[in-house]
Structures are given as C-alpha cells and as structure tokens.
Design a protein around this ligand. Structure first.
Ligand code: GAL
Length: 368
C-alpha cells in the first residue's frame, strides 16, 4: 500500500504530469513550478537551441502594472514548457536610481550581440511617479541570457538628429500656431514634424517598443513616438547598446503602438495596435521591402469572431520558429489591469493567404 502511495505521489508531482503539449491561448499557462507564467508584454530570444522568454513581472492588484520586481525570464526547449529562470533585471532599492522600485518597465526585449558576446535588453521605461511622461527607452546588458542584467542608461532617442525620411522643407518648418488636437491642420502638422521639432534637442519620445535583428546582423529599435502618433524605426549601433543616428518615421499621425515585426521571403511585416490603453482594439498590418520603409498599410490581419479587438489582446512580439521554416507565432497580451498578474498570453500561428499576405484566426488550442 505504502509503495502504491509513494508511486502515486511521484506521479502526481513529477514534471511530466504537467507537461504542456500544445498552446492554449488565453488559458492559465503554468511554468515548471505550476505557477502561471509572469512575463507580460514579452519577447523571445532563441539562443543555442533554447528559447528565453522575457517579460514584465506583474504583481497582484491595481498597482501590479508598475515595476515592483523587474523583468522575469523563463527558458524552454519546445515553447510549450517553460522553466522559471527568475528575475533577469531587478528594479533598484536605491531611491536615487532611475530604475527604482515603482517605476514602469514595459515590453522588455533581448537580443544577442555576436561581437561583444553580450545579451542586450531594451525596455520602455517610465519614471516613478511621473505617469507616462518620461517616454524613455532603457538598455541593460548581461553575459548570460538569464541575467543578471546591468542597467546602463535610459534615453529619449535620436536627440539632435532628423529622421532620414524628412525633407529639407520639413526640417525648415516652424510650428508657432497653437492647433486644436485632432483637427485636420493639427494632423497635417504632426505629419510635417510638429513633435519631432518639439523634441529635437531633448530626444524623441519612446513608448511601446520591440527589437528586430535582420539577417545582416543589424539591429533595430521600433517604438511608438511623438505622443504615440508616429512609429520610429531606429538602427542600433554595432554593440546594440546605443542608437546609430539613422532612423525613420513610419505611419505619421497613424496612432500605432505595440509594434511587432517579422520578415518572410525578403518582405518585412509589422503588426501593431491602435492606442486605447489596456483595452483591446483592432490590430493593423503593414509591409515594406526595406525595414526603413516605405511601409504600406494592409488593414486588420485578424479574421473571424472578435477580429475587431484582436481576440481581446494586444501584440507584443512575433517569433520565428527556427526549426519550422515559415512558421511565425504572433504573441499578444490579454491585459487584466485590475489584477495585472492574471494577464493571459494569446499566441496564434501566422497564416498566409494565396498572395502571401499574413492573417490570424482564433484557435482554442494548437501546435506548431
Ligand atoms: C498600452 C500599452 C501598454 C501599456 C498601457 C498603459 O497601450 O500598449 O504597454 O503602456 O498602454 O496604459
């Protein structure tokens, strides 16, 4: 009897008991300890056969959206089962630090730099008690994928630099008239560079962000800028810890955030959302032949029920599954602002129509 009991116990507590064999979008997703994964607004790095998932560590309750802990990291061999690797970037207890506990750290992404052999993390950073006004991007590095990451700095990017796609007329423009927000004149002024001019010396705003490393090894920082009205795509320098000074504006006055990006057969695709805070809205698809544009708008990539609210989620990252050529996973967050830690993950396969245009459909459960 004792032996049977012992066997039963081992069986019930062994990791194989809780092995995940598929994706179940929106369900509780247990890690190796049986705890719901805590890596919101996340991104994935594939390094030497292992996947690393980095995301915002949220806590219970309404305050859960501020950074009380830091950036959480998990590792996996198969993308279904995730091992808790702990906190990769910790918030600071030093009250004079910009990354002190209670600041905002959102949408962390990590890339690997082959030359420096460092793992480089960038994240949207807001200062404690300042709401979303700082609009900075922070950078941290580590010798190990799982951390600990050392925070280097947070900046408003591209100060004193014009976007590469700005004309001589745009650079010469001066905006003196006070225009009514959302009026046609105001939208035109935004497209002409109203906010680029305003923030030219201080550096541009950087909110929702992602990173993308191209086949030639160049890395890009893609973020919502200009009061969330215009996206900026900026090239990073050789060691990925700074901006190179080359950047473009994308979809000026288009009000996009939550950028996520992938490349298939030489074409770049970007999926973004509109700007409605934690509430979901319709996703937007864009494509380009070069990462620096021109980008063209292709509509909402979602099909079927709840397509107009991205199945109640907001994009965060697009992962290429290396072993499966042409398989891309759309990763999104179903935010729960009143109890942030309960946010759910919506991972869906990117499908392609006859013309090669990506689209998404809801799946209760699926495998890659
Ligand atoms: C969303 C954004 C999130 C977070 C939130 C705060 O629009 O995508 O990352 O910043 O707003 O309200």
């Amino acid at each position: 009897m004792k032996t049977i009991l012992a066997f039963a116990l081992i069986f019930m507590t062994s990791p194989s008991f809780s092995q995940q064999k598929s994706f179940k979008p929106g369900a509780i997703w247990p890690d190796d300890n049986g705890v719901h994964i805590n890596a919101h607004g996340g991104g994935i790095l594939n390094f030497k056969g292992l996947y690393y998932w980095y995301g915002e560590h949220k806590i219970e309750g309404k305050k859960g959206n501020s950074a009380m802990v830091g950036v959480h990291c998990y590792s996996s061999k198969d993308l279904y089962n995730w091992k808790d690797e702990g906190i990769a970037l910790k918030v600071s207890d030093d009250t004079s630090s910009l990354i002190k506990k209670g600041c905002v750290i959102e949408r962390p992404k990590v890339i690997y730099n082959k030359k420096s052999k460092k793992f480089v993390m960038w994240f949207h950073h807001e200062l404690k008690g300042k709401g979303y006004s700082a609009a900075m991007t922070g950078v941290a590095v580590s010798d190990k994928a799982t951390g600990p990451y050392t925070w280097l700095k947070s900046v408003n990017p591209n100060s004193g630099t014009w976007p590469m796609n700005f004309t001589t007329e745009q650079k010469a423009m001066r905006f003196t008239e006070k225009l009514k927000d959302w009026s046609e004149e105001w939208k035109t002024a935004v497209k002409q560079g109203l906010f680029i001019q305003r923030d030219f010396t201080k550096g541009q705003m950087a909110r929702d962000m992602t990173l993308y490393v191209d086949d030639n090894g160049k890395a890009y920082h893609i973020n919502a800028s200009e009061e969330n009205l215009t996206l900026h795509i900026s090239e990073l320098n050789d060691d990925f810890t700074d901006f190179s000074g080359r950047y473009v504006t994308v979809a000026p006055a288009g009000h996009n955030e939550a950028p996520s990006l992938f490349k298939k057969d030489g074409k770049y695709f970007m999926i973004t959302s509109g700007c409605t805070g934690w509430a979901p809205n319709a996703a937007r698809l864009m494509s380009a032949d070069s990462i620096m544009g021109e980008w063209s708008y292709l509509g909402n990539p979602c099909r079927g029920d709840k397509a107009e609210i991205t199945y109640n989620s907001q994009s965060t990252f697009i992962l290429q599954v290396p072993k499966k050529k042409g398989q891309f996973i759309f990763m999104a967050d179903r935010w729960v602002p009143e109890n942030a830690i309960d946010g759910r993950y919506i991972w869906l396969p990117i499908q392609f129509d006859a013309k090669g245009i990506p689209f998404l459909e809801w799946k209760d459960e699926w495998k890659y």
